[in-house]
Design a protein around this ligand. Structure first.
Ligand code: ADP
Ligand code: MG
Length: 516
């Protein structure tokens, strides 16, 4: 097996998956050290070392304070939402430990691995994307690129289901709705596939909605019943109780995907409860969560100016789409039949490996290289990019949107500024994503500073700033002084995440921890 096999990594909120392309270009999921195809994205900080996956999950019930899970939800923030083993860790570090475990498992099979593609939810904003790339770097991986999860799923689907012909082209134009309900995030994306072009036309989602919310609802239901039975004794009062409630809830949820009813059993500090629950009851308990996904799905269609009748395929990914309520809702909503031909767990990693193969083939320009994949992928931006300033009349904050969401990538937009006074040395620009017209609820990307402007620059000199979103949703900013025909020195002071120094520092610490 060549160490140059293209590798795709689905770094999921709850489960992660690695796949590679075999000699014939077919994606294969790598079995992890525990013998499973999927690895829980859970880290146990056990004294000096970190344990990732199934073993960490087992320990969660006993030692919840040593466990980091759902770190993906915190990507783009300074710190992981809770202290782990008394330490405050950046989410990038937790994610990098998961990636490192996946890397080690892959290397056991393939030998030293080269370049990888890592997936991100389409709805991830720029800081979360940057954080993902940083995590991969910390894990010692060379990232070819990041790709949106629904795009990866659509690629895998195209290959596996065979609506692509031998040349990798779609026989007819397809408009696919990818509905991805995972453990902690929900994503819905409309993709068009025409010939060999995969184009995302609209995307939306919810970084705070996933299977865990169904678990929590059920855990609360169990806890309420328990409390009623045991005179106000609430198992949610301690962390271990909560962990065990969630574990039981998840088991019950999974069983209810296959059966109409199940008996919940829960014990806590010598007290117990046993109660039957039907699938219908579970669906009633969680109906509003499902409705939120319906709402998002509708609004994505609306933004793409499409009707359900324009959609040719409904693709379900993510473990939570195994809940029958999802399929029922979508089929009722759309009038279409759901396509179940893809493994909801592996599709994203497979698509990422296929994309890695495409990128590597593109890099390798040797003429004797046989069949190059012809496929091309285009994405859209998932958030408005704006500049925050003050309204000159009212003095109130004002968000000037430069690149509206769902713009096809890559895209570059320029904005002109003028220096206000003679000899001005710098200009500061606040860049944000999302938010309303006053910038409320936006995500600060950072402060761009045009620095070291030439001496004695007259007032009113034009300074142009160019914002570029790459195909992968990462932002680059460039400044120019057109009158002087030169570039302006520009730096971005990031509002969140690890800066270069911190990244370096963590890189060294993690390396030392690995004993290398
Ligand atoms: P992510 O991509 O967010 O890591 P996955 O796509 O792996 O997540 O989905 C994980 C979620 O799917 C978990 O919340 C898990 O409980 C749920 N899940 C897995 N299998 C089933 C099932 N049979 N029925 C209901 N939910 C399931
Ligand atoms: Mg996923």
């Amino acid at each position: 097996m060549s160490s140059k096999s293209p590798i795709g990594i689905d770094l999921g909120t709850t489960f992660s998956v690695v796949a590679y392309l075999d000699g014939s270009g077919r994606p294969i999921t790598i079995v992890n050290g525990e013998g499973d195809l999927i690895t829980p994205s859970v880290v146990l900080f056990d004294g000096k070392s970190a344990v990732v996956g199934k073993e960490a999950v087992k320990a969660a019930v006993m030692e919840p304070e040593l466990i980091a899970d759902f770190a993906k939800r915190d990507m783009g923030s300074m710190f992981y939402s809770k202290k782990v083993g008394g330490q405050q860790l950046p989410p990038e570090v937790i994610q990098s430990l998961i990636l490192e475990k996946l890397k080690n498992d892959a290397e056991r099979k393939l030998g030293p691995i080269g370049k990888v593609v890592v997936t991100v939810p389409a709805f991830f904003n720029e800081p979360r994307r940057k954080a993902t790339q940083d995590a991969a770097q910390l894990a010692g991986l060379e990232v070819l690129d990041i790709i949106n999860e629904p795009t990866a799923a659509a690629i895998a689907f195209g290959y596996q289901v065979g609506f692509l012909d031998a040349k990798g082209e779609a026989r007819k134009k397809e408009t696919i709705l990818v509905y991805d309900l995972g453990g902690g995030t929900f994503d819905v994306t409309l993709m068009e596939i025409e010939g060999s072009e995969f184009t995302a036309i609209a995307t939306g989602g919810d970084v705070f909605l996933g299977g865990i919310d169904w678990d929590r609802r059920l855990a609360d239901y169990i806890a309420d019943k328990f409390r009623d039975k045991h005179h106000g004794f609430d198992p949610r009062q301690d962390a271990a109780g909560i962990q065990r409630l969630l574990k039981e809830a998840e088991d019950v949820k999974r069983t209810l995907s296959a059966r109409d009813q199940v008996a919940i059993t829960f014990e806590h500090v010598g007290q117990g409860i046993r109660l039957p629950i039907t699938r219908t009851e579970f669906e009633e308990l969680t109906a509003d969560l499902l409705e939120r996904t319906r709402f998002t799905t509708r609004s994505v269609l609306k933004e793409a100016k499409l009707q359900w009748s324009d959609v040719t395929r409904l693709l379900l990914v993510g473990g939570s789409t195994r809940m029958p309520m999802v399929q029922t809702m979508l089929e009722e909503e759309s009038g279409l039949k759901v396509d179940r031909s893809l493994s909801p767990d592996e599709a994203v990693a497979h698509g990422a490996a296929l994309y890695a193969g495409l990128l590597l083939a593109r890099q390798d320009d040797s003429p004797d290289k046989p069949s190059k994949p012809a496929m091309s992928v285009r994405n859209v931006s998932s958030h408005d990019l704006g500049v925050l300033s003050k309204d000159p009349v009212t003095g109130r904050p004002m968000n000037s949107v430069m690149i509206p969401r769902n713009t096809v990538l890559p895209v570059t937009k320029g904005k002109r500024y003028r220096t206000a006074k003679l000899g001005q040395k710098n200009i500061v620009i606040n860049v944000i994503e999302g938010g309303d017209s006053a910038g409320r609820n936006s995500t600060p990307i950072g402060r761009c500073t045009i620095q070291d402007l030439p001496d004695d620059l007259p007032a009113g000199t034009v300074v142009e700033v160019y914002f570029t979103y790459g195909e992968n949703g990462r932002l680059k900013v460039e400044g120019r002084l057109p009158d002087l025909k030169r570039k302006a020195v520009l730096s971005i002071e990031r509002a969140s995440g690890l800066n270069d120094d911190k990244l370096d520092e963590w890189g060294k610490r993690l390396k030392a921890g690995r004993g290398k």
